[in-house]
Ligand binder design. Structure first.
Ligand SMILES: NC(=O)c1ccc[n+]([C@@H]2O[C@H](COP(=O)([O-])OP(=O)(O)OC[C@H]3O[C@@H](n4cnc5c(N)ncnc54)[C@H](OP(=O)(O)O)[C@@H]3O)[C@@H](O)[C@H]2O)c1
Length: 242
């Protein structure tokens, strides 16, 4: 996620412009290239026109060389199944699209999403049970490494469900300010300091005026996540593989 000095990930007007540099964009695609699936909230998909694609064809080649499919599975979280039929990803060819919904979603909305080509998974109950949802993605599609691309509501829900192992932040020297601008984690997480979700910073690199930060949950020792099968991650400054 690209984040300002005051923790914001978009302006209050939610204008659709990336405020990260081209290096930040490259880092995003480099990370996607390592993922079995990309996960995104419905409002991010709609507002940013995200297609959750692979980007430069070189990334697809590097995926295939690493034994992965050409493109990561595209997964959107939309509890009420409100994800717009006009969202750009529907018309962008690529990996299959999965929508995760909750018991609040109406059957007719499920049908609409299916008719657009999505596979739908519905969580029991009014809230999405993320451990169950991720376990299903693992069984159904072999997803072991999931890259989450926000927005803040989805991030907060995953943090609250203790499903986040690693955080990548591109820290941009801007301030958006105010309470209306979306933040990295837009949901109640810590009422007291003791409730804070704790990470360790394991890397910081400077590229131009930005800082590329990598954090691991404090439960992980060393710089890798051996139990999840992640051995190494690409360096954002490396050019795309030929
Ligand atoms: N700077 C960056 O790197 C970056 C990255 C991504 C996004 N953004 C910005 O973030 C903003 C969007 O973020 P956002 O927080 O408003 O929205 P979001 O998290 O992208 O999407 C919110 C929607 O996703 C579904 N959802 C999320 N969490 C859920 C949960 N726990 N249970 C059920 N459904 C859930 C709901 O859909 P339903 O309404 O269908 O129930 C909810 O309305 C945009 O302005 C975007 O530009 C910035």
């Amino acid at each position: 996620m690209a984040m300002t000095a005051d923790g914001k990930v978009a302006t209050a007007g939610r204008e659709v412009t990336t405020f990260g540099s081209p290096a930040d964009q490259r880092a995003l695609y480099a990370l996607r290239a390592t993922a079995d699936a990309i996960l995104c909230g419905a409002r991010t998909v709609e507002e940013t026109g995200a297609t959750l694609g692979t980007g430069d064809p070189a990334f697809a080649r590097s995926r295939r060389r690493a034994g992965r499919s050409s493109a990561a599975l595209r997964v959107v979280v939309s509890g009420s199944a409100s994800l717009s039929s006009d969202a750009a990803l529907w018309s962008h060819p690529g990996a299959p699209i999965v929508v995760l919904t909750s018991g609040k979603a109406l059957d007719r909305e499920h049908e609409r999403l299916r008719s657009l080509g999505a596979q739908v998974w519905q969580s029991p109950g009014d809230r999405i049970d993320f451990p169950q949802a991720l376990a299903w993605l693992g069984r159904e599609f072999g997803v072991r490494r999931l890259v989450v691309e926000g927005g803040g509501q989805l991030n907060a829900a995953l943090l609250a469900a203790d499903q986040v192992d690693e955080l990548r932040v591109t820290w941009v020297p801007r301030i958006f300010g105010g309470q209306a601008s979306p933040t990295l984690a837009d949901g109640p997480l810590a009422y007291t300091l003791a409730d804070a979700v704790k990470f360790r910073c394991v890397r910081m690199r400077s590229v131009g005026e930005e800082r590329f930060l990598r954090f691991l949950r404090d439960r992980w020792q060393g710089a890798s996540l051996p139990d999840r099968g992640v051995i190494s991650l690409p360096d954002e400054s490396t050019p795309p593989p030929a």
